[in-house]
Design a protein around this ligand. Structure first.
Ligand SMILES: [Mg+2]
Length: 120
């Protein structure tokens, strides 16, 4: 099964009181990869990655290679990263905010109710 995760407020949380996994980013990469991973997310993704293909689907413009290497430092191997540029290549700028099914994603994990409304 192909499972995708949102980044902001799903895997990456900056709000007050948010707890994070210990930083596992390799020392040489810390200048580029400095975002905090939500507490417990690393273990969850590693476990899911044993049986499922993991993707990231984000409305941000983060570089897919940066996201891939960031999670690689936590022992997670992503299949693909859909960022806003890649999303717009498929849907243009007036399409839905996200459409996981169009990318063959079976399950998408996201904090946004808007994404749920658009895709139910
Ligand atoms: Mg979000």
């Amino acid at each position: 099964m192909r499972i995708s995760f949102d980044l902001d407020d799903t895997l990456i949380c900056y709000h007050d009181g948010a707890r994070h996994d210990p930083n596992r980013v390799w020392r040489l990469l810390r200048g580029w990869l400095h975002e905090p991973l939500r507490s417990g997310a690393g273990a969850l993704l590693r476990e899911l990655g044993r049986d499922h293909e993991l993707w990231v689907y984000t409305t941000s413009y983060r570089d897919p290679r940066t996201v891939w290497w960031w999670l690689r430092c936590y022992g997670v191997r992503l299949g693909y990263v859909v960022n806003q540029y890649r999303h717009e290549r498929t849907f243009g700028r007036r399409g839905p905010s996200k459409c996981p099914a169009q990318f063959g994603i079976h399950l998408h994990i996201d904090d946004s109710w808007g994404v749920w409304e658009e895709n139910r």
